[in-house]
Design a binder for this molecule. Structure first.
Ligand code: ADP
Length: 586
Protein backbone atom coordinates (compact mmCIF):
# COMPACT_ATOMS: atom_id res chain seq x y z
CA UNK A 1 0.00 0.00 0.00
CA UNK A 2 3.05 2.23 0.32
CA UNK A 3 2.84 3.10 -3.34
CA UNK A 4 -0.42 4.94 -2.63
CA UNK A 5 1.42 7.06 -0.11
CA UNK A 6 4.22 7.71 -2.61
CA UNK A 7 1.65 8.93 -5.08
CA UNK A 8 -0.03 11.19 -2.56
CA UNK A 9 1.24 14.29 -4.38
CA UNK A 10 -0.59 13.18 -7.46
CA UNK A 11 -3.84 12.28 -5.73
CA UNK A 12 -3.80 15.69 -4.06
CA UNK A 13 -3.14 17.38 -7.36
CA UNK A 14 -6.07 15.54 -8.93
CA UNK A 15 -8.19 15.43 -5.82
CA UNK A 16 -11.25 16.87 -7.55
CA UNK A 17 -11.43 14.07 -10.12
CA UNK A 18 -10.71 11.36 -7.59
CA UNK A 19 -13.23 12.71 -5.12
CA UNK A 20 -15.92 13.05 -7.76
CA UNK A 21 -15.10 9.58 -9.05
CA UNK A 22 -15.39 8.09 -5.57
CA UNK A 23 -18.68 9.84 -4.83
CA UNK A 24 -20.16 8.69 -8.13
CA UNK A 25 -18.90 5.21 -7.40
CA UNK A 26 -20.59 5.08 -4.01
CA UNK A 27 -23.86 6.19 -5.58
CA UNK A 28 -23.50 3.40 -8.14
CA UNK A 29 -22.73 0.90 -5.38
CA UNK A 30 -25.82 2.01 -3.53
CA UNK A 31 -28.09 1.73 -6.55
CA UNK A 32 -26.60 -1.67 -7.25
CA UNK A 33 -28.26 -2.91 -4.07
CA UNK A 34 -31.74 -2.21 -5.37
CA UNK A 35 -32.29 -4.84 -8.11
CA UNK A 36 -31.71 -7.95 -5.92
CA UNK A 37 -33.92 -6.45 -3.24
CA UNK A 38 -36.72 -5.70 -5.71
CA UNK A 39 -36.55 -9.14 -7.27
CA UNK A 40 -36.84 -10.70 -3.82
CA UNK A 41 -39.86 -8.54 -3.05
CA UNK A 42 -41.54 -9.53 -6.31
CA UNK A 43 -40.94 -13.20 -5.52
CA UNK A 44 -42.51 -12.75 -2.11
CA UNK A 45 -45.54 -11.11 -3.67
CA UNK A 46 -45.81 -14.07 -6.02
CA UNK A 47 -45.55 -16.62 -3.25
CA UNK A 48 -48.17 -14.74 -1.24
CA UNK A 49 -50.21 -14.47 -4.46
CA UNK A 50 -50.64 -10.72 -4.01
CA UNK A 51 -48.78 -9.62 -7.15
CA UNK A 52 -50.82 -7.41 -9.46
CA UNK A 53 -49.94 -6.06 -12.89
CA UNK A 54 -49.75 -2.53 -11.45
CA UNK A 55 -47.24 -3.50 -8.76
CA UNK A 56 -45.13 -5.42 -11.27
CA UNK A 57 -45.13 -2.44 -13.65
CA UNK A 58 -44.05 -0.13 -10.86
CA UNK A 59 -41.10 -2.33 -9.96
CA UNK A 60 -40.08 -2.78 -13.55
CA UNK A 61 -40.01 0.99 -14.05
CA UNK A 62 -37.89 1.37 -10.91
CA UNK A 63 -35.48 -1.32 -12.20
CA UNK A 64 -35.11 0.36 -15.57
CA UNK A 65 -34.47 3.78 -14.04
CA UNK A 66 -31.88 2.26 -11.68
CA UNK A 67 -30.12 0.56 -14.56
CA UNK A 68 -29.99 3.81 -16.51
CA UNK A 69 -28.62 5.81 -13.61
CA UNK A 70 -25.94 3.20 -12.98
CA UNK A 71 -25.04 3.10 -16.63
CA UNK A 72 -24.45 6.82 -16.80
CA UNK A 73 -22.64 7.17 -13.45
CA UNK A 74 -20.37 4.19 -14.17
CA UNK A 75 -19.27 5.85 -17.34
CA UNK A 76 -18.43 9.09 -15.56
CA UNK A 77 -16.58 7.65 -12.64
CA UNK A 78 -14.40 5.65 -14.95
CA UNK A 79 -13.57 8.75 -16.93
CA UNK A 80 -12.69 10.58 -13.74
CA UNK A 81 -10.32 7.92 -12.46
CA UNK A 82 -8.82 6.47 -15.64
CA UNK A 83 -8.55 9.92 -17.16
CA UNK A 84 -6.46 11.10 -14.22
CA UNK A 85 -4.18 8.09 -14.33
CA UNK A 86 -3.20 8.93 -17.90
CA UNK A 87 -2.15 12.36 -16.66
CA UNK A 88 0.15 10.71 -14.12
CA UNK A 89 1.91 8.69 -16.79
CA UNK A 90 2.31 11.81 -18.90
CA UNK A 91 3.76 13.85 -16.05
CA UNK A 92 6.21 11.15 -15.08
CA UNK A 93 7.20 10.57 -18.70
CA UNK A 94 7.93 14.24 -19.18
CA UNK A 95 9.96 14.31 -16.00
CA UNK A 96 11.97 11.27 -17.08
CA UNK A 97 12.58 12.57 -20.57
CA UNK A 98 13.64 15.93 -19.28
CA UNK A 99 15.89 14.23 -16.79
CA UNK A 100 17.47 11.99 -19.42
CA UNK A 101 18.37 14.96 -21.59
CA UNK A 102 20.33 16.51 -18.75
CA UNK A 103 22.26 13.44 -17.68
CA UNK A 104 25.97 13.14 -18.15
CA UNK A 105 27.65 10.45 -20.20
CA UNK A 106 28.61 8.44 -17.13
CA UNK A 107 24.89 7.92 -16.53
CA UNK A 108 24.55 6.40 -19.98
CA UNK A 109 27.54 4.22 -19.37
CA UNK A 110 25.82 2.79 -16.33
CA UNK A 111 22.41 2.20 -17.91
CA UNK A 112 21.75 0.31 -21.09
CA UNK A 113 19.62 1.94 -23.75
CA UNK A 114 17.06 -0.82 -23.76
CA UNK A 115 16.67 -0.65 -19.99
CA UNK A 116 16.04 3.08 -20.01
CA UNK A 117 13.50 2.60 -22.75
CA UNK A 118 11.83 -0.10 -20.69
CA UNK A 119 11.60 2.27 -17.74
CA UNK A 120 10.04 4.95 -19.86
CA UNK A 121 7.36 2.57 -21.10
CA UNK A 122 6.70 -0.51 -18.93
CA UNK A 123 7.36 1.08 -15.58
CA UNK A 124 5.25 4.10 -16.31
CA UNK A 125 2.48 1.81 -17.45
CA UNK A 126 2.63 -0.09 -14.18
CA UNK A 127 2.49 3.14 -12.20
CA UNK A 128 -0.39 4.36 -14.28
CA UNK A 129 -2.05 1.06 -13.39
CA UNK A 130 -1.86 1.95 -9.71
CA UNK A 131 -3.46 5.35 -10.19
CA UNK A 132 -6.12 3.92 -12.52
CA UNK A 133 -7.12 0.28 -12.06
CA UNK A 134 -5.51 0.24 -8.63
CA UNK A 135 -7.61 3.04 -7.19
CA UNK A 136 -10.62 1.79 -9.08
CA UNK A 137 -10.45 -1.75 -7.74
CA UNK A 138 -9.64 -0.60 -4.24
CA UNK A 139 -12.54 1.81 -4.03
CA UNK A 140 -14.85 -0.49 -5.94
CA UNK A 141 -14.17 -3.57 -3.89
CA UNK A 142 -14.34 -1.70 -0.61
CA UNK A 143 -17.52 0.22 -1.43
CA UNK A 144 -19.44 -2.33 -3.47
CA UNK A 145 -18.24 -5.20 -1.32
CA UNK A 146 -18.96 -3.31 1.88
CA UNK A 147 -22.41 -2.15 0.80
CA UNK A 148 -23.42 -5.62 -0.32
CA UNK A 149 -22.24 -7.31 2.86
CA UNK A 150 -24.05 -4.72 4.96
CA UNK A 151 -27.22 -5.13 2.91
CA UNK A 152 -27.04 -8.92 3.27
CA UNK A 153 -26.35 -8.89 6.97
CA UNK A 154 -28.61 -6.03 8.01
CA UNK A 155 -31.64 -6.55 5.81
CA UNK A 156 -31.68 -10.32 5.37
CA UNK A 157 -29.71 -12.51 7.74
CA UNK A 158 -26.36 -11.99 9.40
CA UNK A 159 -26.09 -15.68 10.16
CA UNK A 160 -26.44 -16.68 6.52
CA UNK A 161 -24.05 -13.88 5.53
CA UNK A 162 -21.33 -15.30 7.75
CA UNK A 163 -21.82 -18.80 6.36
CA UNK A 164 -21.82 -17.66 2.74
CA UNK A 165 -18.67 -15.59 3.18
CA UNK A 166 -16.51 -18.45 4.45
CA UNK A 167 -15.07 -19.38 1.02
CA UNK A 168 -14.57 -15.79 -0.16
CA UNK A 169 -11.15 -15.02 1.40
CA UNK A 170 -9.77 -18.06 -0.42
CA UNK A 171 -10.83 -16.48 -3.64
CA UNK A 172 -8.90 -13.28 -2.95
CA UNK A 173 -5.84 -15.30 -1.92
CA UNK A 174 -5.96 -17.51 -4.99
CA UNK A 175 -6.48 -14.71 -7.49
CA UNK A 176 -3.53 -12.98 -5.94
CA UNK A 177 -1.39 -16.12 -6.17
CA UNK A 178 -2.42 -17.03 -9.71
CA UNK A 179 -2.14 -13.42 -10.77
CA UNK A 180 1.50 -13.14 -9.78
CA UNK A 181 2.30 -16.58 -11.19
CA UNK A 182 0.68 -15.59 -14.45
CA UNK A 183 2.59 -12.35 -14.55
CA UNK A 184 5.90 -14.07 -13.97
CA UNK A 185 5.31 -16.70 -16.63
CA UNK A 186 3.97 -14.16 -19.05
CA UNK A 187 7.14 -12.18 -18.56
CA UNK A 188 9.29 -15.22 -19.40
CA UNK A 189 7.17 -15.91 -22.46
CA UNK A 190 7.62 -12.32 -23.61
CA UNK A 191 11.36 -12.47 -23.10
CA UNK A 192 11.57 -15.71 -25.07
CA UNK A 193 9.54 -14.16 -27.85
CA UNK A 194 11.72 -11.08 -28.04
CA UNK A 195 14.92 -13.10 -28.21
CA UNK A 196 13.35 -15.16 -30.98
CA UNK A 197 12.72 -11.89 -32.78
CA UNK A 198 16.32 -10.85 -32.28
CA UNK A 199 17.45 -14.17 -33.61
CA UNK A 200 15.35 -13.85 -36.77
CA UNK A 201 16.55 -10.35 -37.36
CA UNK A 202 20.15 -11.36 -36.90
CA UNK A 203 19.79 -14.26 -39.29
CA UNK A 204 18.15 -12.18 -41.96
CA UNK A 205 20.64 -9.36 -41.80
CA UNK A 206 23.46 -11.86 -41.67
CA UNK A 207 22.07 -14.21 -44.28
CA UNK A 208 24.94 -13.62 -46.66
CA UNK A 209 27.49 -14.49 -44.04
CA UNK A 210 25.51 -17.55 -43.02
CA UNK A 211 25.39 -18.76 -46.60
CA UNK A 212 28.99 -18.00 -47.32
CA UNK A 213 30.05 -20.09 -44.38
CA UNK A 214 27.50 -22.84 -45.08
CA UNK A 215 25.88 -22.36 -41.70
CA UNK A 216 22.25 -22.76 -42.81
CA UNK A 217 21.64 -26.07 -41.04
CA UNK A 218 23.06 -24.86 -37.76
CA UNK A 219 21.08 -21.69 -38.01
CA UNK A 220 17.81 -23.50 -38.65
CA UNK A 221 18.50 -25.81 -35.72
CA UNK A 222 19.13 -22.84 -33.47
CA UNK A 223 15.92 -21.21 -34.62
CA UNK A 224 13.95 -24.37 -33.95
CA UNK A 225 15.34 -24.57 -30.46
CA UNK A 226 14.34 -21.02 -29.66
CA UNK A 227 10.95 -21.42 -31.21
CA UNK A 228 10.32 -24.49 -29.07
CA UNK A 229 11.30 -22.50 -26.05
CA UNK A 230 8.68 -19.88 -26.93
CA UNK A 231 6.02 -22.57 -27.22
CA UNK A 232 7.02 -24.14 -23.91
CA UNK A 233 6.81 -20.86 -22.09
CA UNK A 234 3.47 -19.95 -23.60
CA UNK A 235 2.06 -23.31 -22.62
CA UNK A 236 3.20 -22.58 -19.07
CA UNK A 237 1.17 -19.38 -19.22
CA UNK A 238 -1.86 -21.23 -20.55
CA UNK A 239 -1.58 -23.77 -17.72
CA UNK A 240 -2.08 -21.13 -15.06
CA UNK A 241 -4.68 -19.38 -17.14
CA UNK A 242 -6.61 -22.60 -17.50
CA UNK A 243 -6.58 -23.20 -13.75
CA UNK A 244 -7.99 -19.81 -13.05
CA UNK A 245 -11.60 -20.13 -14.12
CA UNK A 246 -12.33 -23.59 -12.71
CA UNK A 247 -10.86 -22.59 -9.35
CA UNK A 248 -12.96 -19.46 -9.14
CA UNK A 249 -16.08 -21.36 -10.19
CA UNK A 250 -15.42 -23.96 -7.55
CA UNK A 251 -15.15 -21.39 -4.78
CA UNK A 252 -18.12 -19.37 -5.95
CA UNK A 253 -20.11 -22.59 -6.33
CA UNK A 254 -19.27 -23.59 -2.76
CA UNK A 255 -20.47 -20.26 -1.51
CA UNK A 256 -23.75 -20.56 -3.39
CA UNK A 257 -24.17 -24.12 -2.22
CA UNK A 258 -23.73 -23.09 1.42
CA UNK A 259 -26.20 -20.21 1.02
CA UNK A 260 -28.89 -22.29 -0.59
CA UNK A 261 -28.43 -25.26 1.74
CA UNK A 262 -28.53 -23.21 4.92
CA UNK A 263 -30.93 -20.62 3.48
CA UNK A 264 -33.47 -23.30 2.63
CA UNK A 265 -33.38 -24.50 6.23
CA UNK A 266 -33.90 -20.93 7.44
CA UNK A 267 -36.86 -20.55 5.07
CA UNK A 268 -38.37 -23.83 6.24
CA UNK A 269 -37.87 -22.74 9.84
CA UNK A 270 -39.68 -19.50 9.00
CA UNK A 271 -36.64 -17.36 9.78
CA UNK A 272 -36.68 -15.79 6.30
CA UNK A 273 -38.92 -15.65 3.26
CA UNK A 274 -38.22 -17.31 -0.07
CA UNK A 275 -37.95 -13.83 -1.64
CA UNK A 276 -35.26 -12.89 0.85
CA UNK A 277 -33.30 -16.02 -0.01
CA UNK A 278 -33.44 -15.06 -3.68
CA UNK A 279 -32.27 -11.51 -2.88
CA UNK A 280 -29.52 -13.04 -0.80
CA UNK A 281 -28.16 -15.23 -3.59
CA UNK A 282 -28.35 -12.29 -5.98
CA UNK A 283 -26.27 -10.24 -3.52
CA UNK A 284 -23.81 -13.06 -3.29
CA UNK A 285 -23.39 -12.82 -7.06
CA UNK A 286 -22.54 -9.14 -6.65
CA UNK A 287 -19.73 -10.04 -4.23
CA UNK A 288 -17.76 -12.14 -6.71
CA UNK A 289 -16.25 -9.23 -8.61
CA UNK A 290 -15.06 -7.25 -5.56
CA UNK A 291 -13.39 -10.38 -4.19
CA UNK A 292 -11.65 -11.13 -7.47
CA UNK A 293 -10.64 -7.51 -7.74
CA UNK A 294 -9.14 -7.56 -4.29
CA UNK A 295 -6.83 -10.33 -5.37
CA UNK A 296 -5.80 -8.45 -8.50
CA UNK A 297 -5.31 -5.31 -6.48
CA UNK A 298 -2.31 -6.76 -4.66
CA UNK A 299 -0.66 -7.63 -7.94
CA UNK A 300 -1.25 -4.17 -9.35
CA UNK A 301 0.19 -2.65 -6.19
CA UNK A 302 3.22 -4.90 -6.17
CA UNK A 303 4.11 -4.12 -9.75
CA UNK A 304 3.45 -0.43 -9.28
CA UNK A 305 5.61 -0.34 -6.18
CA UNK A 306 8.60 -1.91 -7.95
CA UNK A 307 8.19 0.36 -10.96
CA UNK A 308 7.82 3.49 -8.89
CA UNK A 309 11.00 2.66 -7.01
CA UNK A 310 12.92 2.19 -10.25
CA UNK A 311 11.66 5.45 -11.72
CA UNK A 312 12.38 7.34 -8.51
CA UNK A 313 15.88 5.93 -8.45
CA UNK A 314 16.47 7.19 -11.97
CA UNK A 315 15.07 10.60 -11.16
CA UNK A 316 17.25 10.92 -8.08
CA UNK A 317 20.37 9.94 -10.01
CA UNK A 318 22.03 13.30 -9.66
CA UNK A 319 23.67 14.57 -6.52
CA UNK A 320 21.09 16.69 -4.78
CA UNK A 321 21.62 20.34 -5.44
CA UNK A 322 20.51 22.71 -2.76
CA UNK A 323 17.89 25.11 -3.88
CA UNK A 324 16.88 28.27 -2.13
CA UNK A 325 13.16 28.42 -1.36
CA UNK A 326 13.10 31.90 -2.80
CA UNK A 327 14.88 30.80 -6.00
CA UNK A 328 13.53 32.53 -9.09
CA UNK A 329 11.12 30.59 -11.20
CA UNK A 330 12.08 32.26 -14.46
CA UNK A 331 14.16 30.91 -17.30
CA UNK A 332 17.35 33.00 -17.29
CA UNK A 333 18.34 34.99 -20.32
CA UNK A 334 20.99 37.61 -20.99
CA UNK A 335 24.72 38.07 -20.57
CA UNK A 336 26.87 35.41 -18.96
CA UNK A 337 29.67 36.50 -16.66
CA UNK A 338 32.26 34.08 -15.29
CA UNK A 339 33.96 35.64 -12.29
CA UNK A 340 35.50 32.58 -10.72
CA UNK A 341 38.46 32.46 -8.43
CA UNK A 342 38.59 28.70 -8.33
CA UNK A 343 36.54 25.57 -8.66
CA UNK A 344 37.18 22.28 -6.90
CA UNK A 345 35.37 19.02 -7.65
CA UNK A 346 33.41 17.57 -4.73
CA UNK A 347 35.66 15.26 -2.67
CA UNK A 348 38.81 16.65 -4.28
CA UNK A 349 41.43 18.88 -2.72
CA UNK A 350 43.13 20.55 -5.64
CA UNK A 351 41.06 23.04 -7.63
CA UNK A 352 40.72 22.13 -11.34
CA UNK A 353 39.87 25.68 -12.45
CA UNK A 354 41.57 28.91 -11.41
CA UNK A 355 41.06 32.54 -12.35
CA UNK A 356 38.32 32.23 -14.90
CA UNK A 357 37.11 35.73 -15.74
CA UNK A 358 35.26 36.65 -18.90
CA UNK A 359 31.94 37.98 -20.14
CA UNK A 360 29.80 36.67 -22.97
CA UNK A 361 27.00 38.93 -24.16
CA UNK A 362 23.60 37.56 -25.10
CA UNK A 363 23.67 36.28 -28.65
CA UNK A 364 27.44 35.87 -28.82
CA UNK A 365 29.39 32.70 -29.51
CA UNK A 366 32.11 31.44 -27.19
CA UNK A 367 34.83 29.07 -28.28
CA UNK A 368 36.87 27.11 -25.75
CA UNK A 369 39.97 25.24 -26.88
CA UNK A 370 42.90 23.53 -25.25
CA UNK A 371 44.45 20.16 -24.60
CA UNK A 372 42.45 17.24 -23.25
CA UNK A 373 42.09 17.65 -19.50
CA UNK A 374 42.61 21.41 -19.67
CA UNK A 375 39.21 21.99 -18.03
CA UNK A 376 37.01 22.92 -21.00
CA UNK A 377 34.10 20.64 -20.13
CA UNK A 378 34.30 21.52 -16.46
CA UNK A 379 34.14 25.22 -17.24
CA UNK A 380 31.09 24.78 -19.44
CA UNK A 381 29.22 22.46 -17.10
CA UNK A 382 29.46 24.92 -14.24
CA UNK A 383 26.89 27.03 -16.07
CA UNK A 384 24.11 24.50 -15.49
CA UNK A 385 25.19 23.59 -11.99
CA UNK A 386 26.35 20.11 -12.74
CA UNK A 387 28.62 20.55 -9.72
CA UNK A 388 28.73 22.76 -6.67
CA UNK A 389 31.95 24.20 -5.29
CA UNK A 390 32.56 27.46 -7.12
CA UNK A 391 34.61 30.08 -5.33
CA UNK A 392 33.45 33.29 -6.93
CA UNK A 393 30.43 34.25 -8.99
CA UNK A 394 28.81 32.97 -12.14
CA UNK A 395 26.16 35.37 -13.40
CA UNK A 396 23.50 34.70 -16.00
CA UNK A 397 21.18 37.54 -16.93
CA UNK A 398 22.60 39.68 -14.15
CA UNK A 399 21.93 37.19 -11.37
CA UNK A 400 23.94 34.44 -9.77
CA UNK A 401 23.04 31.05 -11.23
CA UNK A 402 22.21 29.86 -7.71
CA UNK A 403 19.39 32.42 -7.64
CA UNK A 404 17.41 30.48 -10.23
CA UNK A 405 15.49 27.28 -9.72
CA UNK A 406 17.72 24.52 -11.09
CA UNK A 407 15.05 23.30 -13.47
CA UNK A 408 14.51 26.77 -14.91
CA UNK A 409 18.25 27.29 -15.29
CA UNK A 410 18.60 24.02 -17.18
CA UNK A 411 15.63 24.82 -19.37
CA UNK A 412 17.66 27.71 -20.70
CA UNK A 413 20.51 25.43 -21.73
CA UNK A 414 20.76 22.81 -24.44
CA UNK A 415 23.81 20.66 -23.76
CA UNK A 416 25.22 18.35 -26.41
CA UNK A 417 28.16 16.22 -25.24
CA UNK A 418 30.59 14.47 -27.54
CA UNK A 419 28.77 11.17 -27.38
CA UNK A 420 25.11 11.64 -26.74
CA UNK A 421 22.83 8.76 -26.03
CA UNK A 422 20.14 7.86 -28.58
CA UNK A 423 17.09 5.76 -27.81
CA UNK A 424 16.05 2.62 -29.61
CA UNK A 425 13.23 4.63 -31.12
CA UNK A 426 12.76 6.20 -34.52
CA UNK A 427 15.04 8.96 -35.75
CA UNK A 428 12.10 11.37 -35.62
CA UNK A 429 11.29 10.43 -32.04
CA UNK A 430 14.90 10.85 -31.06
CA UNK A 431 14.97 14.34 -32.49
CA UNK A 432 11.72 15.33 -30.80
CA UNK A 433 12.85 13.68 -27.57
CA UNK A 434 12.45 16.74 -25.36
CA UNK A 435 9.36 17.95 -27.19
CA UNK A 436 7.34 14.91 -28.27
CA UNK A 437 4.48 17.11 -29.40
CA UNK A 438 6.57 18.70 -32.14
CA UNK A 439 5.58 17.39 -35.52
CA UNK A 440 7.34 16.55 -38.72
CA UNK A 441 7.79 20.16 -39.85
CA UNK A 442 9.73 21.14 -36.74
CA UNK A 443 11.72 17.93 -36.77
CA UNK A 444 12.78 18.53 -40.34
CA UNK A 445 13.62 22.16 -39.69
CA UNK A 446 16.11 21.30 -36.94
CA UNK A 447 17.43 18.29 -38.85
CA UNK A 448 18.23 20.61 -41.71
CA UNK A 449 20.03 23.01 -39.38
CA UNK A 450 22.07 20.13 -38.03
CA UNK A 451 22.82 18.93 -41.58
CA UNK A 452 21.34 15.51 -40.94
CA UNK A 453 18.13 15.85 -42.97
CA UNK A 454 19.61 14.49 -46.19
CA UNK A 455 21.18 11.55 -44.36
CA UNK A 456 17.82 10.72 -42.81
CA UNK A 457 16.12 10.72 -46.19
CA UNK A 458 18.63 8.07 -47.26
CA UNK A 459 17.56 5.73 -44.45
CA UNK A 460 15.14 2.98 -45.43
CA UNK A 461 12.17 4.55 -43.71
CA UNK A 462 13.26 8.14 -43.44
CA UNK A 463 12.30 9.73 -40.15
CA UNK A 464 10.54 6.51 -39.10
CA UNK A 465 13.74 4.47 -39.27
CA UNK A 466 14.64 2.84 -35.97
CA UNK A 467 17.89 3.84 -34.32
CA UNK A 468 20.16 1.71 -32.20
CA UNK A 469 20.65 -1.94 -31.49
CA UNK A 470 17.72 -3.04 -33.62
CA UNK A 471 17.76 -0.32 -36.21
CA UNK A 472 20.06 1.50 -38.52
CA UNK A 473 23.71 1.66 -37.53
CA UNK A 474 24.67 5.31 -37.36
CA UNK A 475 28.12 6.74 -37.82
CA UNK A 476 29.58 8.81 -35.01
CA UNK A 477 29.01 11.97 -37.01
CA UNK A 478 25.38 11.10 -37.67
CA UNK A 479 24.80 10.46 -34.00
CA UNK A 480 26.33 13.80 -33.17
CA UNK A 481 24.19 15.63 -35.69
CA UNK A 482 20.99 13.96 -34.47
CA UNK A 483 21.95 14.99 -30.94
CA UNK A 484 22.44 18.56 -32.11
CA UNK A 485 19.03 18.53 -33.81
CA UNK A 486 17.54 17.23 -30.58
CA UNK A 487 19.00 20.14 -28.64
CA UNK A 488 17.95 22.64 -31.30
CA UNK A 489 14.30 21.64 -31.28
CA UNK A 490 13.95 23.16 -27.81
CA UNK A 491 15.45 26.41 -29.10
CA UNK A 492 17.49 26.93 -25.93
CA UNK A 493 18.73 30.31 -24.78
CA UNK A 494 22.24 28.85 -24.63
CA UNK A 495 23.35 26.01 -26.87
CA UNK A 496 26.44 24.14 -25.73
CA UNK A 497 28.33 21.94 -28.16
CA UNK A 498 30.85 20.15 -26.00
CA UNK A 499 33.18 18.63 -28.54
CA UNK A 500 29.94 17.67 -30.29
CA UNK A 501 31.33 18.19 -33.77
CA UNK A 502 34.39 15.98 -33.32
CA UNK A 503 33.16 13.22 -35.63
CA UNK A 504 31.74 15.55 -38.26
CA UNK A 505 33.87 16.36 -41.31
CA UNK A 506 35.17 19.88 -41.79
CA UNK A 507 32.75 20.86 -44.54
CA UNK A 508 29.66 19.69 -42.68
CA UNK A 509 30.95 21.37 -39.55
CA UNK A 510 31.15 24.63 -41.42
CA UNK A 511 27.61 24.22 -42.77
CA UNK A 512 26.23 23.52 -39.29
CA UNK A 513 28.00 26.51 -37.79
CA UNK A 514 26.72 28.68 -40.61
CA UNK A 515 23.09 27.70 -40.14
CA UNK A 516 23.39 28.08 -36.36
CA UNK A 517 24.58 31.63 -36.87
CA UNK A 518 21.67 32.37 -39.18
CA UNK A 519 18.89 30.70 -37.25
CA UNK A 520 19.93 31.46 -33.71
CA UNK A 521 20.22 35.20 -33.83
CA UNK A 522 20.07 36.68 -30.36
CA UNK A 523 20.81 33.31 -28.75
CA UNK A 524 24.08 32.38 -27.13
CA UNK A 525 26.26 29.47 -28.24
CA UNK A 526 29.22 27.85 -26.49
CA UNK A 527 31.51 25.48 -28.33
CA UNK A 528 34.41 23.45 -27.05
CA UNK A 529 36.52 21.77 -29.65
CA UNK A 530 39.83 20.27 -30.54
CA UNK A 531 39.55 21.57 -34.04
CA UNK A 532 40.10 25.32 -34.16
CA UNK A 533 38.03 25.63 -37.32
CA UNK A 534 34.94 25.04 -35.17
CA UNK A 535 35.52 28.14 -33.09
CA UNK A 536 37.38 30.35 -35.51
CA UNK A 537 34.41 32.69 -35.98
CA UNK A 538 33.50 32.90 -32.28
CA UNK A 539 33.10 36.31 -30.67
CA UNK A 540 35.37 35.22 -27.86
CA UNK A 541 37.89 32.41 -27.86
CA UNK A 542 39.42 31.07 -24.65
CA UNK A 543 42.55 28.97 -24.74
CA UNK A 544 42.72 26.80 -21.64
CA UNK A 545 45.68 25.03 -20.09
CA UNK A 546 45.84 23.28 -16.74
CA UNK A 547 42.58 24.73 -15.55
CA UNK A 548 43.14 28.34 -16.40
CA UNK A 549 42.76 30.72 -19.34
CA UNK A 550 46.13 31.29 -21.00
CA UNK A 551 45.00 33.27 -24.04
CA UNK A 552 41.74 34.95 -24.97
CA UNK A 553 40.31 37.14 -27.74
CA UNK A 554 39.04 36.87 -31.28
CA UNK A 555 40.73 34.74 -33.91
CA UNK A 556 42.63 37.64 -35.46
CA UNK A 557 43.86 38.87 -32.08
CA UNK A 558 45.04 35.43 -31.08
CA UNK A 559 46.83 34.94 -34.39
CA UNK A 560 48.86 38.05 -33.69
CA UNK A 561 49.92 36.84 -30.26
CA UNK A 562 52.07 34.05 -31.62
CA UNK A 563 51.14 31.78 -28.73
CA UNK A 564 49.63 28.33 -28.46
CA UNK A 565 46.62 29.29 -30.58
CA UNK A 566 48.61 30.55 -33.52
CA UNK A 567 50.93 27.56 -33.43
CA UNK A 568 48.01 25.14 -33.23
CA UNK A 569 46.10 26.88 -35.98
CA UNK A 570 49.02 26.74 -38.38
CA UNK A 571 49.58 23.13 -37.47
CA UNK A 572 45.94 22.15 -38.13
CA UNK A 573 45.89 24.11 -41.38
CA UNK A 574 48.91 22.24 -42.53
CA UNK A 575 47.34 18.95 -41.53
CA UNK A 576 44.27 19.74 -43.52
CA UNK A 577 46.32 20.65 -46.53
CA UNK A 578 48.17 17.38 -46.33
CA UNK A 579 44.87 15.53 -46.03
CA UNK A 580 43.41 17.32 -49.01
CA UNK A 581 46.57 16.81 -50.97
CA UNK A 582 46.42 13.18 -50.10
CA UNK A 583 42.88 12.98 -51.40
CA UNK A 584 43.94 14.70 -54.54
CA UNK A 585 46.49 12.03 -55.26
CA UNK A 586 44.07 9.16 -54.72
P1 ADP B 1 38.60 18.91 -20.98
O1 ADP B 1 37.15 19.08 -21.24
O2 ADP B 1 39.39 20.11 -21.33
O3 ADP B 1 39.18 17.68 -21.58
P2 ADP B 1 37.77 18.37 -18.27
O4 ADP B 1 37.03 19.58 -17.86
O5 ADP B 1 37.01 17.19 -18.70
O6 ADP B 1 38.80 18.79 -19.41
O7 ADP B 1 38.74 17.92 -17.10
C1 ADP B 1 39.55 18.83 -16.37
C2 ADP B 1 40.16 18.10 -15.18
O8 ADP B 1 39.14 17.79 -14.24
C3 ADP B 1 40.80 16.79 -15.55
O9 ADP B 1 42.03 16.70 -14.84
C4 ADP B 1 39.85 15.74 -15.06
O10 ADP B 1 40.53 14.59 -14.66
C5 ADP B 1 39.18 16.43 -13.90
N1 ADP B 1 37.79 15.95 -13.71
C6 ADP B 1 36.84 15.91 -14.66
N2 ADP B 1 35.66 15.46 -14.15
C7 ADP B 1 35.89 15.21 -12.83
C8 ADP B 1 35.06 14.73 -11.74
N3 ADP B 1 33.77 14.43 -11.92
N4 ADP B 1 35.62 14.61 -10.53
C9 ADP B 1 36.93 14.93 -10.34
N5 ADP B 1 37.75 15.38 -11.31
C10 ADP B 1 37.25 15.52 -12.55
Amino acid sequence: MKVFIDLKWFFLQEKKSYLTGTILLSIVAFFGLLPPKIIGMIVDEISKQTLTAAILMKWIVVLIVTALIMYILRYYWRIMIFGSSVKLARQLRNRLYYHFTKMSSSFYQRYRTGDLMAHATNDLQAIQGVAGSGVLTLVDSLLTGGFVVIAMAATISWKLTLIALIPMPFMALLTNYYGSLLHKRFHYAQAAFSSLNDKVQESITGIKVIKTFGQEKEDIAAFRLQSEDVVKKNVAVARVDALFDPTISLIVGTSFFLSVAFGARFVLAGEMTIGELISFTAYLGLLIWPMLAFGFLFNIMERGRASYDRVEKLLSERAEIEEDDRALSVVPSGNIVYDIESFTYPNEVQPVLRNIHFELRKGETLGVVGKTGAGKTTLIKLLFREFEGIKGNLLFGGKNIQDYKVDRLREAIGYVPQDQFLFSATVGENIAFGAPAFGQAQREAVAKMAQIHNDILQFSEGYDTLVGERGVALSGGQRQRISIARALILNPEVLILDDALSAVDAKTEEAILHSLKQERTGKTTMITSHRLSAIKHADLILVMDQGTIVESGRHEELMEKEGWYQKMYMHQQLEELVEQGGKHLE
